[in-house]
Design a protein around this ligand. Structure first.
Ligand SMILES: CC(C)(COP(=O)(O)OP(=O)(O)OC[C@H]1O[C@@H](n2cnc3c(N)ncnc32)[C@H](O)[C@@H]1OP(=O)(O)O)[C@@H](O)C(=O)NCCC(=O)NCCS
Length: 197
């Protein structure tokens, strides 16, 4: 039995617990020295007063390049996942659970949800770096949670890569809890490398 390096992800699971603020001791241990300075709300989140808030809708085919560009800007693209194929596969299974967030015509956020009949899963949560700490991440998660709950999904699981520990504080702030699990994975096929069209 082999546990692959990229599979050593933290598993954080959403329960029905009330939303939590702050960082738990367990999370502090997990962060293991990661700077919480990065977690402070910046002086301005970049939104001008009165500016229209982000609108959320399901993915459309003409969003493809903007979505992939955002995933690169958010460091979510890894060599073993071809983002174009990830989108195409998602369009075969519950495509309405791939959401995009827009300010006007500008795509600023994404989240991909899934439900296999037991647990809901979250992937590709991304907010444009220039739009962080505006509440957009929380809004995207609220929307995908509502859509999963509407399908009867009782609980959401998600994984955080070991090199992305800072994001745990975000998930805790919106009610997710770290669970002590060994995360495992096995590839059934391998994606060809992504090439920009
Ligand atoms: C994680 C991510 C989606 C958060 O998006 P965001 O729009 O900045 O988050 P929000 O503004 O909705 O934050 C909600 C709360 O989470 C907490 N939070 C958000 N980012 C945080 C951070 N870096 N450190 C600590 N707490 C954080 C805060 O409590 C915040 O509330 P506040 O603004 O009132 O203080 C964004 O940082 C991102 O795209 N990261 C890169 C991609 C990624 O890692 N995705 C997750 C893969 S598992």
């Amino acid at each position: 039995m082999q546990v692959q390096a990229e599979s050593r992800a933290l598993q954080v699971v959403s329960g029905l617990a009330p939303r939590q603020r702050g960082v738990t001791r367990r999370t502090k241990r997990f962060l293991n020295g990661a700077s919480m300075e990065q977690g402070r709300r910046p002086l301005s989140c970049g939104l001008k007063e009165g500016k229209k808030l982000m609108q959320i809708r399901s993915y459309r085919s003409d969003d493809e390049q903007a979505v992939i560009d955002l995933w690169f800007r958010c460091d979510l693209v890894v060599p073993w996942n071809n983002p174009r194929l990830d989108i195409q596969r998602k369009l075969q299974v519950d495509p309405e659970l791939l959401l995009v967030g827009l300010e006007g015509n500008t795509l600023v956020a994404t989240v991909m949800g899934g439900y296999e009949g037991h647990r809901g899963w979250i992937n590709y949560l991304a907010v444009d770096p220039r739009r962080r700490r505006c509440g957009y991440g929380r809004l995207m998660m609220d929307e995908i949670e509502s859509r999963l709950a509407a399908r009867g999904c009782p609980k959401i699981n998600l994984q955080v890569r070991a090199n992305n520990r800072d994001v745990v504080a975000f998930y805790e702030a919106i009610g997710y809890k770290v669970e002590e699990l060994v995360d495992m994975g096995k590839f059934l096929s391998h994606d060809p490398p992504y090439e920009q069209s």
